[in-house]
Design a binder for this molecule. Sequence first.
Ligand code: GSN
Length: 210
Amino acid sequence: MTGYVITYFPIRGRAEPIRLLLGDQGVSWKEDEVQLADWFAGKCDIKKQAVFGQLPQFKDGNFVLYQSNTILRYLGRKYEIAGGSNQESALIDMVNDGVDDLRLKYSRLVIHELDTGKEKYEKDLPNHLSAFERILSQNSNGTKFLVGDKISYADYNLLDLLHCHLALFPECLSAFPLLNAYIERITSRPKLSQYLKSEGRTKRPIIPKK
Ligand code: GSN
């Protein structure tokens, strides 16, 4: 039993790649849910404690971390899924930064611009997704992971972001056979597929329901 605790809102959001990583690595964790209404009413002490005033927070025993990508890299190193050499680690970091760039655009769309920006976003989306299709094609012809022969923390981050986009744009991967096969391959990993079917996963919306 690990002493992991994820403190976050009752959504997938930025905690979900961390949950995908933990689920796939077969380790358990606890969830400490913070209600958005309490958070925005200033009722949560954790907002004052949080280094940048935001969640998720991740605890490994007494060790406390913020920033979702930092948490992914911490767990990546811990479970040896952060690259086998300095160069491989740098490539994983690079791809993960690319995932984060697209996540920021996606977050802006769903939080602020869904009524006005969806059409333009959908038109631009292939340009962003094609970068990941190309990255896959350059690693064992797209039959493996983003980098190297082994899953890395960046794969969980990309998988989550692809799920987010598919929920909003169900056809967005139709021109990307390698990304489609990649999702299929990763989500059929036994422990991950078990997590994806779990109540903890299915009960949480991607973003808060309006
Ligand atoms: O990756 C990270 O953990 C940070 N760079 C961003 C964290 C963040 O944006 N947290 C949001 C919820 S997730 N989504 O949009 C957050 O805590 N919002 C509440 C607030 O008061 O800012």
